[in-house]
Design a protein around this ligand. Sequence first.
Ligand SMILES: [Zn+2]
Length: 332
Amino acid sequence: MKAFCLDCGNEVAAQIECRNELIPVKNEEYHVPVSVPVCSVCDAEIFVEEFEEDAIQRAYDLYRQEHDLIFPNEIREIRELYGLTQSGLSRVLGWGEVTITRYENGSLPSQAHNDILMLLRKPSAMLEFLKRGKNRVGTDEYTRLCRRVREVFPENAANLEREVIRLEGVVGREADIFHGYRRFDFYRLANLAVYIADRAICYKVKFMKLLWFTDFLAYKQIRRSISGLSYVALPMGPVPDEYRWIMSLLEEAGWVTVEPVFQFGERVLPAREANLDIFADEEKRVLESVLKKLGNASTERIVQLSHTEEAWHRTDRGERISYTFAKDITSV
Ligand SMILES: [Zn+2]
């Protein structure tokens, strides 16, 4: 090859010699075979940056193997798996804009960053990081990524299904007076939830109350609830039994997204379209009348209204509310 020899002060022909060098990485040293260009005129070693860089990367690779660190191509694979750009992944993780770029170009990640990158191969971990980084990522991208995780990991979808079955078991498989004489059905609830989130500006608290009014009005008018949910009388009003679990499953399974809005609380937004075909006409009429009456009401107003209902007054705090009180519902 041709190279510039500093000693000769000239462009010269250079021979490539193979040598073994000791290259320091952090507090260690690694023996690495390196290519060294040597001037064919004066025998001096010639510095060529790409040869030097190549030697350092070989030493880094040995260090990575030794310390079980993630390799740059593995980071790229993870990123491409989720359809993320380098800066996109940095954003999900809350790192500096170019952090991932540096790691993919060969910089050694810190141990903490390395552990996180390794974790991302697990869909549950990816979902967790997505949740924590939702503000930075934005709602649309968050929804897309959650969907992507489910597509890439069918076993994750299977886990979700198992989770839904477990939830249905805990909320109740009985069609008794505490479920409005319908067995709790997550799929019906999910479609109801999406439809309500689509039609009304809903924050979490209002959303729960709208579900309650819908199920109780349905029971009052057609003798059966729509979702089969059981409701508990909490100080803030009636909420679905296991409502935290329900909200997180609705979100994880891609039915709704929950977006924090500064000073307003958490807004519930639809993440897909509702399938209304599963509801009977009389059920749709109940839903419409609740939305017409309370869809535009503020959270405070709805909480207030729920506190005027016998159903809430005559049930002990923390206890499940019997649908027998549905006949006395006056707010809808
Ligand atoms: Zn020379």
